[in-house]
Design a protein around this ligand. Structure first.
Ligand code: O7M
Length: 219
């Protein structure tokens, strides 16, 4: 199982410092609006140069196909992967996959990761009722990864059963209170546990990343 660092800090210096300190224990780095809106998309290159890790842009893209295409083009010029929402439907996700394929053919492979059910409390209001269908769509579209919650292990298990061998990217352990032991019973070698605040807000991010890496590597 792999560790994805959610680097949701708001300053370039802090981001680069934490990325470098934790790089030996982190498999891949996810950044999103907090860091990119604070510093600019060029931060992707700087993190990659400092760490030699793949960088995923978590923009939870959720627009019409034509706009998704533009967002994907700008993002995948820099990032190795992009995260999108599935609830906007197949054509919107496929528009991003088309860009990923096109850019991947020209250079390094590009991945598209799709959100099913989210980890926060209110995800049960609107997302959970359609999450199994979203997982089925993710499988049908052969996306490169699916986001599912560590805060609800029973749902994580159900979504994993639907998507089969598509890697799961799972947020919710650490600050959101997800039970890592339960999550480790469900996820496999190709899946990712996302940890953000549990690492970057720790007084020693390197030690915390090492700790999480050790815990998830035992399985
Ligand atoms: O460990 P945390 O709670 O500090 O960070 C979790 C990260 O995962 C943070 O970047 C969130 O935006 C993200 N996330 C969720 O917490 N819940 C979700 O349902 C989905 C995501 C996510 O990464 O979606 C792609």
């Amino acid at each position: 199982m792999k560790l994805m660092l959610a680097l949701d800090v708001m300053s370039k210096n802090e981001a680069l410092k934490i990325a470098e300190e934790t790089k030996d224990f982190v498999d891949i780095i996810k950044i999103g609006y907090p860091l990119v809106l604070s510093t600019g998309i060029e931060i992707v290159k700087e993190i990659k140069n400092k760490t030699n890790k793949e960088v995923v842009c978590d923009f939870k893209v959720a627009d019409i196909p034509a706009t998704n295409e533009k967002i994907a083009k700008t993002t995948l010029k820099y990032a190795d992967a992009i995260i999108c929402q599935g609830f906007v439907g197949k054509d919107s996700v496929m528009a991003i996959q088309k860009v990923a394929e096109e850019y991947g053919n020209k250079g390094a492979p590009k991945k598209v990761i799709m959100v099913t059910e989210m980890s926060h409390l209110s995800a049960v209001e609107f997302l959970q009722p359609v999450a199994d269908d979203l997982a089925k769509m993710a499988k049908e579209l052969s996306v490169d990864g699916v986001v599912a919650p560590s805060t609800r292990p029973e749902r994580l298990k159900e979504i994993k059963e639907i998507v089969g061998d598509i890697p799961i990217i799972s947020p919710g352990v650490g600050a959101q209170g997800g039970d890592l032991d339960k999550v480790l019973e469900i996820l496999g070698d190709n899946d990712y546990v996302i940890v953000g605040r549990g690492i970057y807000e720790h007084n020693n991010p390197k030690e915390s990343a090492k700790h999480y890496k050790k815990l998830i590597s035992k399985n």
